[in-house]
Design a protein around this ligand. Structure first.
Ligand code: PLP
Length: 392
């Protein structure tokens, strides 16, 4: 299909040309000084994106799923118990990786339309009088539903219960999109990947590790080798890795971190908010429902759109792809067919959002869903116009 493809799934996201150019170079020797200076510059700047002075970013050649595994096997041992929440496809996936490692997971059911209630966390931890839970697993932004969890509220619940469980947070689709505060929320491990808010191709699994998690990994953890972060922490001191890193992706990461710093994290978050508000205005104009039923918990990375009864979101997704080269996200696991997802995260602007909204609207109409043509695009434009007229 001619023209630029529209990759509007909630990750992988569009890779900026600047990042592509930065990776378009010869691979260098990862045991040479030039590489060491790249790494020594990268790690503190990456820490800034997590908003931490105490946490250490650790980069694996992996995906987000690999970073999940790294977080778990370094801090927990087979037989340990953790508290987790059935709050969406990714929350369940994270819990499954723990269970695969023979960690006992208490997976509490929650409403997939809403964030995990702080009260539920507090009660579960208060009931745990033996301090059996070693960790709480939370997904900051649930990419399957477009519901954002309140990490500060979960931290407050852990504190209120006086519990010492580690707080392990998946930030795969929130880091670089929505505010995340590693130090302030006293997160012990944050997990992310390269291909969403960090605007890189897939290929890096990243964890940020706080002092308590580091201590837990020194004391114990599971049998591990590739994902053992101790050797990486040791070699990173000199700017190196114990095995071959994804050299060119790290050059891309250098550029992406520069771009985030140039725009400023606050502006990056405000832009995500602005684009998300416009998409939500379009969904309302179509008279369709936003899956997330708590406006305070709207994700600014993606919007999950509920299909009318007796319609199949996969029909719309196929139509958008085949007719317009527009990639939309499918409904995952138990919401398959019931919703589609519009990704609006990463390197994205107003005009791309308008095109995405217009293409989605056409795909809906062509799939037999009753939407007024132009209504979504108009609502999104109006949202942008209103913004412009209120700001000085
Ligand atoms: C994308 C995503 C993952 C999985 O990452 P992979 O890179 O596909 O392994 C995990 N958690 C969340 C919240 C995600 O959005």
């Amino acid at each position: 299909m001619p023209g630029r493809p529209f990759l509007q799934i909630p990750g992988p996201t569009n890779v900026p040309d600047r990042v592509l150019r930065a990776m378009d170079r010869s691979v260098i020797d990862h045991r040479a000084p030039e590489f060491a200076s790249l790494v020594k510059g990268l790690l503190p700047d990456l820490a800034r994106v997590f908003k931490t002075e105490h946490g250490r970013p650790i980069v694996f050649p992996a995906s987000g799923t690999g970073a999940w595994e790294a977080a778990l096997v370094n801090t927990l041992a087979p037989g340990d118990r953790v508290l987790a929440f059935d709050n969406g496809h990714f929350a369940d996936g994270f819990a499954k990786v723990a269970a695969d490692h023979k960690i006992f997971v208490d997976l509490l059911p929650t409403d997939w339309h809403r964030p995990v209630p702080g009260k539920m966390v507090e009660e579960a931890l208060r009931d745990d009088t033996e301090m059996g839970y070693r960790a709480v697993l939370l997904v900051h932004n649930e990419t399957s539903t477009g519901v954002r969890n309140d990490v500060a509220a979960v931290r407050a619940a852990i504190d209120a219960a006086g519990h010492d469980a580690l707080l392990i947070v998946d930030t795969v689709s929130s880091l670089g999109c929505m505010d995340f505060r590693f130090d302030q929320w006293r997160v012990d491990v944050a997990v992310t990947g390269s291909q969403k808010g960090l605007m890189l191709p897939p290929g890096l699994g990243i964890v940020c590790v706080g002092p308590r998690a580091l201590a837990a990994s020194e004391r114990g953890g599971s049998p591990r080798s590739f994902f053992d972060w101790r050797a990486i922490v040791r070699d990173n001191e000199a700017g190196f890795f114990p095995y071959t890193p994804a050299t060119l992706l790290l050059f891309g990461l250098r550029e992406a971190l520069d771009m985030l710093a140039e725009e400023g994290l606050d502006e990056v978050f405000a832009r995500h908010r602005r684009l998300a508000d416009a998409v939500r205005a379009a969904v309302r104009a179509w008279d369709l429902d936003i899956w997330c039923k708590d406006a305070d918990a709207y994700s600014h990375s993606l919007t999950a759109v509920v299909m009318p009864p007796d319609t199949d979101s996969d029909v719309v997704i196929r139509r958008a792809r085949e007719r317009f080269g527009l990639a939309l996200g499918t409904g995952l696991s138990k919401v398959k067919g019931k919703l589609f997802r519009i990704g609006h995260l990463g390197w994205l602007n107003e005009l791309e959002v308008l095109a995405t909204v217009a293409g989605t609207e056409l795909a809906l109409a062509e799939s037999g869903v009753t939407v007024r043509l132009g209504s979504g695009a108009k609502a999104a434009e109006s949202a942008f116009l209103a913004r412009e007229t209120v700001s000085p």
